[in-house]
Design a protein around this ligand. Sequence first.
Ligand code: ADP
Ligand code: ASP
Ligand code: MG
Length: 418
Amino acid sequence: MKFGGTSMAGTERIRRVANIVRAQAAGGNEVAVVVSAMAGETDRLVNFCREANALYDPAEYDVVVSSGEQVTSGLLALTLQSLGCKARSWLGWQIPVRTVESHAKARIDTIDAPRMIESMEAGEIAVVPGFQGLSEEGRVATLGRGGSDTSAVAVAAAVGADRCDIYTDVDGVYTTDPRIVAKARKLKAVTYEEMLELASVGAKVLQTRSVGLAMKEGVRLQVLSSFVGDDAISADELPGTMIVSDEEMDELVEKGLMERRHVTGIAHDKNEAKIILTRVPDKPGAVAHIFEPLADASINVDMIIQNVGRDKGETDVTFTVPQADLARAQAMLEDKRDIIGFNRIITDSKIAKISVVGVGMKSHAGVASTMFRSLSDRGINIQAISTSEIKVSVMIDEDETELAVRVLHTAYGLDAED
Ligand code: ADP
Ligand code: ASP
Ligand code: MG
């Protein structure tokens, strides 16, 4: 069971969580619980790091930001004990959750948890702070924002769980963010592949890596709400959204429990920034000069457009990077100005990426053109486009995000009937 930040925000809510956990344990289950920091806490801690040192050392950042989960795991164990349950916390370094790669965005390598499993077998509920790991150097590491989802899936795989239930503040995965589109529909099931794509283009209900890991390890994953009354139906009856394999989805469609659509869901992402380099030489190697230093600095480049060369053998190159990396990327490009040979750097953080996702588009033409037509009918200008086998993304002005998502939700016939 995993509980997110809103579910853990304050002792009152932690008591509700403890009651849900107790009910699962009382049903005869061995339970491991993964918790997030209280809502807003990680942001607060990140800000402290920025104030202390704008160019903070990621290893020390991890020391600071991992503390939010330490607090909630201890508090949940205490609350469970107050309800008469046997429970104890297992911090990332105690299990241990071994991680690799850079601090602040570490990746889980292995979880070998014999002691924790032994304690669970003895009837003790294991409470694990999400987000935390132990680096190869023996230091505290964190898994990147939203990483508690990945902790939960990794723990589920490590203990051989029957299911991993991700409890959050919505009752499942919707066709789009239900906080933006009131007519969003809850999906009974969504395939790993589609969920992976939706998460990677901004549907923050699950961290992308958690979905990839669940797919790889075959972890059964459910998203459901922790904001339910005592009379709510049990998680075992699958009230939320199940993340399923293609085969399971085929069965659901055959049984008439799911419909097949070209577009399954729509996501938006306001966390990217656009960089334009003007008058780059239009010759072999020029683009490599731009992107190699960014790759070396672990800055992820997403959309890329190289305009048709102008007459003087020059071209503009436009691409997006995470907003958090914009300053670093800009500094790095300035540094390489002579090698790259551009004229100006223009940046813009006021952009959004809107994506439509669905396995149905593999075999159906016209999904992209519907997108372009619907947006243009509302006067929304498209600044860049990118596609994959099951996704079309466009870059637009950030102010038009909500309008674009609503328009597309209607255009693809996803609106719930009232
Ligand atoms: P937690 O703190 O539990 O990890 P998050 O805030 O990370 O919760 O994720 C839940 C939020 O994800 C919801 O409140 C919702 O606004 C947002 N969200 C975005 N896209 C979707 C979607 N397609 N379905 C459900 N929720 C979504
Ligand atoms: N507390 C961390 C964050 O806010 C991890 C998580 O909640 O998943 O990003
Ligand atoms: Mg989350």
